[in-house]
Write a protein that binds this ligand. Sequence first.
Ligand SMILES: [Zn+2]
Length: 557
Amino acid sequence: MKKTFTDFHKRPLLILGAALLATLGSAQAQTATMPPVKLEALKKELLTEIDKQQKATQQMVDMVFSFGELGFQETETSRYLTGILQKNGFKVQQGIAGVPTAWTATWGSGKPVIAIGSDIDCIPKASQKPGVAYHDPIIEGAPGHGEGHNSGVPLNITAVLALKKLMEREHLPGTLMLWPGVAEEQLGTKAYFVRDGYFKNVDACIFTHVGDNLGVSYGDVGGNGLVSVKFSFDGQAAHSAGAPWRGRSALDAVELMDIGWNFHREHMEVTQRSHYVIPDGGDQPNVVPSKASVWYYFRERTYPKIMEMYADALKMAEGATLMTKTTVTHEVLGSAWPGHMNKPIAEAMYQNIRLVGLPQWSADDQVLARATQVEMKAPKTDRRNRPIDGLATKLDSLTAPEAFSIGGGSDDIADISWNVPTVVLRYPANIPGLPGHHWSNAIAMATPIAHKGVTAGAKAEALTLLDMLVKPEVIKSAWTYFNDVQTKDTKYTPLVSATDKPAITLNQGIMAQYRPGMKKYYYNPAKYKSYLEQLGIAYPTVRPAASTPPARASGTN
Ligand SMILES: [Zn+2]
């Protein structure tokens, strides 16, 4: 999948040369030499335009929040977002890579081709009323945006629609391709988008992810890659009391595999993370379970180490079958490479981040943030030793690669980053110090905190996209870094095979259970100014002072 130096540098240059000859004095020629004064003026215009779009931005953020759809089941979300893009002249291709809720939306023509993505799925059991600083689900047990993935594509749409106006008027060449991270929580699709060629002709990728500051990183970002594998054991049913000797328990095999793995942990490197759930542990105690399954995430810092864990797990599974006279099959449900982000694009983006700065938080925003931090017993400082006290008021620095990482989470944007120069823009739409993948991470996500954070992010993104369109050196140096530094010694080998398929049936059952109830709470922007208004929530809603638990003071409970 890796593009060679020659691939990139010959192909676009030939096209560029032909375009220049064909349209002498064309926009392509002008853009290469756009005077800095003109670029500054265009950037100012973009900032003003994005401020004007705040209402539309708020509606999109609130709408996707209200859909609350789990990975692979983002049907309402994708229909809504592609509808907006289609209405604005984007050409939409639905169901890419065999994933019904995945799509690309393309506008413009010629080089550069820039992919602009963000995730759209949510978290199980994270239903939460926005603007309320304690656990108060919209629907108990239902999924919700406890990761903030409702905000990223609205940000991207805000940015590209502002940019599109300007590109049309100034005749700027370039192709914008929006796309969604479907089932990011399952690390479920991006490796397939790469495998199936959707990033083949892309020159650079900007990805956006919710955060609690406006920032960007480059190099090895310190996370882990992973392979997600489900092991399904087959045994033999029997009456658990009448004829247990005739049974072969698939659940026993699951438990023995887990015991083996948990002993194995003692002898693994500190950077590993592995965890599992048992999606099927049998039906009822008096029937020996003939089928049972266990679903693992195996995470490590490098591809060879991930593959080593995977191989060890296959042995554990086989061992469990020997002990129980059962059989086993396994299926890859998702994967991600460890991330590596592009330095030249990050540097260009960081200049724009400094121009944009952090949003102006209101007193109400800060009250909600601090009450949520108290409720969640947030630590006093974050991993990088920055104080946690309300919303961020000091802009992040440009994050350099981590010299040593103890490992951590994964994001399959990494698979894109090993095929095309990529950065992830983090934008300040959430409250610092929360646990992640949790209902509390949904509290801010349909409030002015998210709305302002998305507007700030859209500005930083639009300015960077403009730089990429009018300053060819940005993408050129991005590829120099990609070829000469990033992929010099490390070659991308997909963790998914040519025959693996996206696990598109995941979460079907949960959504079937909750969607009918959730539909009643879909946002209606024709009737309500905001989702907070529709739900009748006073902003902010915090615990009365007297009932606030003395969480930080006592330290234990
Ligand atoms: Zn995420």
